[in-house]
Design a protein around this ligand. Structure first.
Ligand code: HEC
Length: 200
């Protein structure tokens, strides 16, 4: 087939037109796929963090009721890390969960690297009375990180994380956590976050 010069230009022009029409559609499709992916990350993050909060919070409540803060503290000291590890294991291979903070009681919960920067940013917002989002999603090399900010939202938190802690309790804290930094909080302060790491 012989194509005249004009026909060629015409073909090229319509191909370009087609391409330029096709591109936004492809981008929209990509964006839609991205949104679906993020919605899934949020769903996984919500479910995992609720499970951890229910597990730890439920036990804390029970022990506060049964034996007061000292009992609850001993229970947490013995079991919080194990309970978190169990929830983490139950979530499967591609999802993991942990608690992070800038002022750790248990040094294993210290925020590291860019997690620290995320918490610092949240703390700045919180100090400036900006309402914190219920969750944040961070893109990582091989997936996503979901953050759920944790505030000192109940008076009971202050018994073990506030100012003027009962001296006996303070001694138990010091015994179990010699490097404890998790006191001096007031109601509404940012305490840390739950981080759910999701690998693709
Ligand atoms: C009975 C005492 C007690 C009470 C009440 C308590 N905590 Fe804690 N908290 C602890 C102990 C002990 C740890 C360390 C647990 C561990 O070894 O992982 C801890 C750890 C944490 C951590 C993980 C970071 C870190 O510093 O290790 C967060 C977040 C936290 N507490 C938030 C809260 C919030 C929010 C409340 C109120 C709903 C609360 N706590 C109530 C004793 C308590």
């Amino acid at each position: 087939m012989k194509l005249g010069r004009l026909t060629l230009i015409g073909l090229m022009a319509s191909a370009m037109l087609f391409a330029s029409q096709g591109e936004p559609k492809a981008n929209a499709k990509k964006a839609k796929k991205g949104n679906g992916e993020i919605a899934q990350v949020v769903k996984t993050g919500n479910e995992a963090s609720q499970l951890l909060l229910k597990t730890l919070g439920g036990q804390l409540k029970q022990h506060m009721k049964k034996g007061g803060p000292a009992d609850a503290l001993n229970f947490c000291a013995m079991n919080a890390a194990d309970l978190t590890a169990k929830v983490d294991k139950d979530l499967g291979k591609n999802v993991s969960i942990k608690r992070i903070t800038l002022k750790p009681r248990n040094p294993a919960n210290a925020a590291e690297g860019d997690e620290k920067e995320v918490l610092e940013a949240l703390e700045t917002l919180n100090k400036n009375h900006v309402r914190l989002p219920r969750h944040l999603v961070q893109k990582t090399k091989d997936g996503y990180k979901y953050y759920k900010p944790l505030k000192i939202g109940k008076k009971v938190c202050l018994k073990c994380h506030g100012v003027n802690i009962d001296p006996k309790l303070e001694a138990t804290i010091a015994k179990n956590y010699p490097t404890d930094k998790a006191t001096g909080y007031k109601m509404g302060d940012l305490r840390g976050a739950i981080v759910v790491t999701i690998k693709k």
